[in-house]
Design a protein around this ligand. Sequence first.
Ligand SMILES: *[C@@H]1O[C@H](CO)[C@@H](O)[C@H](O)[C@H]1NC(C)=O
Ligand SMILES: *[C@@H]1O[C@H](CO)[C@@H](O)[C@H](O)[C@H]1NC(C)=O
Ligand SMILES: *[C@@H]1O[C@H](CO)[C@@H](O)[C@H](O)[C@H]1NC(C)=O
Ligand SMILES: *[C@@H]1O[C@H](CO)[C@@H](O)[C@H](O)[C@H]1NC(C)=O
Ligand SMILES: *[C@@H]1O[C@H](CO)[C@@H](O)[C@H](O)[C@H]1NC(C)=O
Ligand SMILES: *[C@@H]1O[C@H](CO)[C@@H](O)[C@H](O)[C@H]1NC(C)=O
Length: 441
Amino acid sequence: MHCSRHFLLLLLIAALPFPLEGNSHCFDHQIGKYHANSEFVSKTCSQSCTVMPFFSPDNALEAHLNLFEEAQESITIVNPTFESWDPTCSHNHNQCTKCCTGCDISYYRTGEGFPVFAALLNAINLRNVSIRILTNNYSSTTWPEKATMLDWLAVNNISVRMYKTTYFLHAKYAFIDGGKKTLISSVNYSKTSFMKNRESGVIISQCSDCETLKLYQTVFESDWEIADPYVFDNQYTDDQLKSMRDPAFYPYPIVKPPGERVPDIQTTMALQDFNDVQISGYVAPDNARKTFMGSLQNIQSKLIVHIYAITSAKICKEIVDLKNTNGINVTLLVSWNTAGAVKKYTEHCYRNLTNNGITIRKSSHSFLFSHQKYWIIDDKEVHLSTGNWAESDFPIGKEWPPSKAANRDMLVIMQNPSLVKFYGDVFEHDFKLGNDIPGGQ
Ligand SMILES: *[C@@H]1O[C@H](CO)[C@@H](O)[C@H](O)[C@H]1NC(C)=O
Ligand SMILES: *[C@@H]1O[C@H](CO)[C@@H](O)[C@H](O)[C@H]1NC(C)=O
Ligand SMILES: *[C@@H]1O[C@H](CO)[C@@H](O)[C@H](O)[C@H]1NC(C)=O
Ligand SMILES: *[C@@H]1O[C@H](CO)[C@@H](O)[C@H](O)[C@H]1NC(C)=O
Ligand SMILES: *[C@@H]1O[C@H](CO)[C@@H](O)[C@H](O)[C@H]1NC(C)=O
Ligand SMILES: *[C@@H]1O[C@H](CO)[C@@H](O)[C@H](O)[C@H]1NC(C)=O
């Protein structure tokens, strides 16, 4: 098996509910029990917002770069990972083995393909934007004499911290200039996520007092507060530090890769704003399970789901009940490709759904993964999530000890007829490219 694929599988497994190899994972740095915070409950904005949806592989990269290049004061980034686009530099990253990751120091000057890396260095060095990055610590070490992208960023005065509030940081989130714009998505910082997968996200703006956005910020600040500062494995020499900070190289060239055109797939989708969107949202783990299940119970007639994977048997059963008991018209589109043991759980669920006459398709093989997570309720609201329908993303209970798979995730609910139609169109587009899962198999 090709190496990078292998690592990808491992991360995906990691993000799912079950500690597969015992109950200690390299990324789990939680200390002590996490108690659901009674203030981290669903919030609704009292003003409307502007929303710009984006998708991988179409325009997620463009949306991220636009956002970071626009920042004047601050950039805050939350992502499970921060991977070089050269797989050899992220060798063994995200895998629960100690050694080793990183590339030659000279490489990052001109070689790094991930354009966000350059955009962040320009933001701090040319515009004095203060930057914070919260990510997971996979406990992998850097090769002696080499550096990682995070080393490089940290040396350039970007604050990097390692999440430890709960088991795993699964949210993909960013905001600029104190909340002027907020991004939520399924995109993790890897080349596949931007270029080969279906992913979906939004940038929310024009509502900086929005209570939902304040909730996300409060949650971020509380996670940031207790997170561990980034620790370098290597002691860089003064010469190396000088080279890593050399202002002669600014601005970094932001090379936007041409985009790997995936056959059959709409690649002309232009970024566009939708105004007058009503927003609410919530966070996981905290009170997410209850809020999520409640929102399913409130469905009147129709549910459309476009998601990577459904691994929770309880949530799966809820979908069956929605159809059989509440008479809801349910249509699902899930990823044709899933990682490792994930399949064991999804196939069981999907068989139950087809046995109960629910329409479910698997996505086009043109995507490496269909990793987006959104659902449309009653043709009235779109729910977009950073997590899957998994026990780890919507964990049951009120407190979670270390090693109990409870992910930090964020969800946004959007109401606006044109926006809902837009998501419905993307769903239909992808659904047509997908393949039915035959019933009763
Ligand atoms: C998520 O991140 C991993 C590395 O951290 C990357 O290899 C993978 O492509 C990403 N997952 C998906 C589904 O794209
Ligand atoms: C850069 O921003 C910081 C605050 O974030 C400020 O203290 C400092 O004076 C600024 N430096 C320059 C050169 O503008
Ligand atoms: C980083 O910040 C320190 C002090 O806060 C300053 O002395 C140093 O020049 C800064 N480095 C860069 C690369 O901006
Ligand atoms: C990650 O955590 C380990 C402890 O498990 C620590 O030794 C290491 O320094 C941390 N890595 C970073 C980059 O902070
Ligand atoms: C159920 O919803 C799907 C997706 O929108 C639609 O194609 C189908 O016609 C609906 N079925 C019924 C019986 O309304
Ligand atoms: C599938 O259905 C069977 C029988 O109704 C049930 O026991 C099982 O838990 C279900 N599994 C999932 C994943 O929904």
